[in-house]
Design a protein around this ligand. Structure first.
Ligand code: HEC
Length: 124
């Protein structure tokens, strides 16, 4: 229950954010993910799992990708908070993850990436 205040605050924060430009910035930032991850219509797993409908998705749960034990048993549900921590430092949030990525230091870049990923929330 300790995350509840944050969850309640997030929609308010999002309402203030210029999400259009954020998503466009995020699209550029996603180039560093695109060698491993697909999004959009008919996205499927490659080196990494597809990232459609990510928000509210349980970590390690897409059926067509062979995740690490670490990811499958992490107990994480992807939301703003967990994604921010993961993209900042994947191996710190999920020790033993197979995602070989240093992480992103810039908070705004992480925000923009999430705005972009959110545009694929309903993609199949
Ligand atoms: C070198 C390949 C590679 C790159 C680059 C990469 N990833 Fe990953 N990613 C993976 C792999 C492999 C996994 C599965 C990890 C595991 O099973 O431990 C993963 C897992 C994830 C997950 C968890 C998905 C799930 O179904 O639980 C998210 C979210 C994610 N990556 C986002 C990103 C984003 C955003 C970027 C760009 C900033 C990125 N990744 C860059 C390979 C990569």
């Amino acid at each position: 229950m300790k995350f509840l205040p944050l969850l309640l605050l997030l929609p308010a924060l999002q309402a203030c954010a210029p999400s259009g430009t954020d998503a466009a910035t995020g699209e550029r930032a996603f180039k560093q993910c695109a060698s491993c991850h697909q999004v959009g219509a008919s996205a499927r797993s490659g080196f990494g799992p597809q990232l459609n409908g990510l928000f509210g998705r349980r970590a390690g749960s897409t059926p067509d990708f062979a995740y690490s034990e670490a990811m499958k048993t992490s107990g994480i549900v992807w939301d703003e908070r967990s994604l921010t921590a993961f993209l900042h430092d994947p191996a710190r949030l999920v020790p033993g993850t197979r995602m070989r990525f240093w992480g992103i230091a810039d908070e705004n870049e992480i925000k923009a990436l999430q705005a972009y990923l959110r545009t694929f929330q309903d993609a199949r």
